[in-house]
Write a protein that binds this ligand. Structure first.
Ligand SMILES: [Zn+2]
Ligand SMILES: [Zn+2]
Length: 401
């Protein structure tokens, strides 16, 4: 593994920053302390910053040897927010904020980009500009979308943008990237079926919404198996069914909620349209009222082929062929997708290991993302930061040709 010496030398001090961020998790758009810390470090290292995009976003601006005169620029993005959940770890750097936790490793993403920033600030061994994008509110808030709305790509014109997520369960020292869709679009729905309530013993006097809800849930599954092409990917999960309060009372209404995941807009258009037809049709057939709401949240994360191939080669140069894997697409979602809709780029995975990096005293359970005993693996910091530095440096060099 060809790690950059100066990054390896700084890794322990960066790990301390990572642990500090872990101990002070902040939720979507509330990352004030985290943003202050990032801004203070970048300023300390002589990197000019811009604050406030997407509320708490921080952009560090690193010009190369040419002072940025070439006009070439590349963006590297780390998310900085935590999750609304209780940490079960008992190590020293466990969350000090009840009900908040860095269970997705965004503390580590922030640290890896800071490690790269520190290296850039010392060496500036490239022509062009590297934009260090510290983005808030990945966990449902669409912080990437908000930074773009606030002018991220106008204020900081760049030709490509890259992202990275740690991946538990993959052996540490591996990375993965592929072209095309790597994470799904995330969409949610809420359907209210209104019938007529009454006595549970006299259903003929009312109009029971419960069997109508059951028909709808079952019929939705035929959209996946009968309407979309078998080779297209799509998920409909009805995850909430709310109705009724007593075992002898037929309720007036039942509410269904859930999530829909796809890899492209055509399949999403089909699923949404069919869900509406099915829900409204089932209600009409049963003389009930249907309110159908469908909300598109994050689009699919789609890596552009040249940038994914470029990122892969950078990984191979650092790790060797054997340690660079194909990126198995997941139906999870990621708001870096908004940046990839605006610019070419690639979103990759860096292996977080099997969980054996966690200190004694961690909670039970596997070390998956969003698990209460999760912890970012600090051993990744040198590799993640080396990848960022090599990627940006080589990308700017090839763009100049
Ligand atoms: Zn997450
Ligand atoms: Zn995450």
């Amino acid at each position: 593994m060809k790690l950059i010496d100066s990054i390896v030398a700084e890794a322990a001090s960066i790990a301390q920053i990572r642990k500090d961020i872990h101990a002070h998790p902040e939720l979507c758009f509330e990352e004030v302390r985290t943003a202050d810390l990032v801004a203070a470090k970048l300023t300390e290292w002589g990197i000019p910053i811009h604050r406030g995009l997407g509320t708490t976003g921080v952009v560090g601006i690193v010009h190369g040897k040419d002072g940025g005169a070439s006009g070439l620029a590349v963006g590297l993005r780390a998310d900085i927010d935590a999750l609304p959940m209780q940490e079960s770890n008992t190590f020293d750097h466990a969350s000090r904020h009840a009900g908040k936790m860095h269970a997705c490793g965004h503390d580590g993403h922030t640290a890896m980009l800071l490690a790269a920033a520190k290296h850039f600030s010392k060496f500036r061994d490239f022509d062009g500009t590297v934009y260090l994008i510290f983005q808030p509110a990945e966990e449902g808030g669409g912080g990437a979308r908000e930074m773009i709305k606030d002018g991220l790509f106008e204020k900081f014109p760049m030709q490509a943008v890259f992202g990275m997520h740690n991946w538990p369960g993959m052996a540490a020292g591996n990375m993965a990237v592929s072209s095309g869709p790597v994470m799904a679009s995330s969409n949610d729905f809420k359907i209210t079926i209104t019938g007529k309530g009454g006595h549970g013993a006299m259903p003929h006097m009312g109009n029971d919404p419960v069997p109508i809800a059951c028909q709808i849930v079952t019929a939705f599954q035929t959209i996946i198996t009968r309407n979309k092409k078998p080779l297209d990917t799509g998920v409909i999960s009805v995850t909430m069914i709310h109705g009724g309060e007593a075992n002898n009372v037929i309720p007036d209404r039942v509410e269904l909620q859930g999530t829909v995941r796809t890899f492209n807009t055509e399949v999403l258009d089909l699923i949404e349209a069919r869900m509406r037809q099915v829900a409204e049709g089932c209600c009409a057939m049963n003389n009930a009222k249907c309110d159908f709401h469908f909300n598109r949240n994050y689009p699919a994360t789609v890596n552009s082929a040249p940038e994914a191939a470029f990122a892969r080669q950078v990984m191979v140069d650092i790790l060797g062929e054997d340690r660079v894997k194909a990126q198995e697409p997941t139906m999870g979602a990621e708001d870096f997708s908004f940046m990839l809709q605006a610019k070419p780029g690639a979103y990759c995975f860096i292996a977080n290991g099997e969980g054996d990096h966690r200190a004694i005293g961690h909670g039970g359970g596997p070390c998956t993302l969003h698990n209460p005993s999760y912890d970012f693996n600090d051993d990744l910091i040198p590799l993640g930061a080396t990848y960022w530095v090599e990627l940006a440096t080589k990308w700017l060099a090839q763009a100049k040709k």
